[in-house]
Write a protein of this length. Structure first.
Length: 98
């Protein structure tokens, strides 16, 4: 049984905040990639619309994901992101490995 937690997040920066969001994501990426249970944290912007962001994430298991979402810096990231993106946050999509 594959125990990984796999998801992607999508969000769109509000006008004028595209680069601020990119910097927030870059800063978060460094910290998340250092988490013991993180397997992948790949952040991208859409080529045709750089205001749209896509983040693919994999964690070893549910415990690793819970540790990730409980990290202080992640909570702070989400608080700051809410003010800079449409809808006040990201849309998460959960995936199952094949």
């Amino acid at each position: 049984m594959d125990r990984r937690r796999i998801l992607y997040a999508e969000f769109t920066a509000t006008s004028g905040n595209e680069d601020r969001v990119a910097e927030l994501v870059r800063s978060l990426a460094e910290r998340v990639r250092a988490e013991p249970g993180n397997l992948v944290f790949a952040a991208s912007r859409k080529r045709e619309n750089p205001a749209e962001f896509f983040v693919y994430e994999e964690y070893a298991d549910a415990d690793a994901f819970e540790a990730h979402i409980g990290a202080d810096y992640g909570v702070e990231f989400n608080r700051r992101l809410a003010a800079l993106v449409e809808g006040g946050g990201s849309a998460l999509t959960w995936l199952d490995a094949l």
